[in-house]
Ligand binder design. Structure first.
Ligand code: SAM
Length: 278
């Protein structure tokens, strides 16, 4: 046992937390597993942890048992709040649970640096939040690391290398300013109810500065245009970006006849710099 609180099945029964599909609720019920996921976030003792979508609190309890200084948990489903209040009572002054939508609540009003983020989120919200966390107005961001559960296919898109089918915008965005790694694979049976697909935990550490210099807006524009037509040669896929695109591609060391999925992050950054200079 990781704490003296009731087992999660009992919590779910007591508080009548039948999983709602509309909220993407697939709960983790094994507290040894949630403690293991919490450990993947690294040393938590000197950090505030932002948890999105705590649900009945399995991962929350893992984070607290593993020594998080404080946890701020944002949960959309009001039915989960009494269960979270019981956890807060068992860990005095260490858990603040807010009933709200993670896409609109500003967590920074409640957190102190250093901040780590950990979550087992509904998949659609997870990707949207990841993109937001990777594209703040300034870098480094407010968070030190992200430890996030994704559909395995999305996890593979985050860590993908050039030449693979999963390689695209998400890989370039994640790898430009962070170091993403798949750190755990989970079968559907790890969740209740089990989802249709496999899951994976991705750990991303924020780099102090982007891996290669580039203007974020220009890089985003180039990568978006390149992968919107990923089967086309870059000289035609990127025609709308600049009339002199062939010159810029050559200046960046990219063959104009190459396709987006063959081009690495360093070359995309060089292309963004060449365009920016012009
Ligand atoms: N963390 C819990 C666990 O591991 O068992 C629950 C995971 S469940 C996949 C996702 C949780 O996110 C649910 O509790 C759901 O109510 C919550 N959720 C869904 N959309 C949300 C949103 N926009 N903001 C905050 N929480 C959300």
């Amino acid at each position: 046992m990781i704490d003296d609180l009731p087992p999660l099945r009992e919590v779910i029964a007591t508080h009548d937390l039948a999983a709602k599909k509309s909220l993407g609720q697939n709960f983790l019920l094994d507290l040894n597993l949630t403690a293991k996921i919490a450990r993947l976030a690294g040393d938590l003792s000197g950090a505030d942890v932002l948890e999105i979508g705590p649900g009945p609190g399995g991962l929350t309890r893992g984070l607290l048992a593993e020594g998080a200084r404080r946890v701020l948990a944002i949960e959309k489903d009001p039915r989960c709040m009494p269960a979270l209040a019981e956890i807060a009572a068992a860990y005095p002054d260490r858990l603040q649970a807010i009933n709200g939508d993670a896409l609109t609540v500003n967590p920074l009003e409640h957190l102190t640096q250093p901040i780590k983020i950990a979550a087992n989120l509904p998949y659609n919200v997870g990707t949207e939040l990841l993109v937001r966390w990777l594209t703040p107005p300034d870098w480094p961001p407010f968070w030190h690391s992200l430890t996030l559960m994704f559909q395995r296919e999305v996890a593979q898109r985050i860590v993908a290398a050039p030449g693979s089918k999963a390689y695209g915008r998400l890989a370039l965005l994640a790898q430009w300013r962070s170091d993403p790694k798949i750190v755990m694979d989970l079968p559907p049976e790890a969740f209740s109810p089990p989802p249709k697909v496999n899951s994976a935990v991705v750990h991303l550490t924020a780099l102090p500065t982007p891996r290669y210099p580039a203007d974020p807006g220009t890089l985003n524009k180039v990568v978006a245009a390149a992968f919107n037509q990923r089967r086309k040669m870059l000289r035609s896929a990127l025609k709308s970006v600049s009339p002199d695109i062939e010159d810029h591609l050559i200046a960046a060391g990219i063959k104009p006849t190459e396709r987006a999925e063959q081009v690495g992050l360093e070359a995309f950054c060089a292309l963004a710099r060449s365009l920016q200079k012009a």
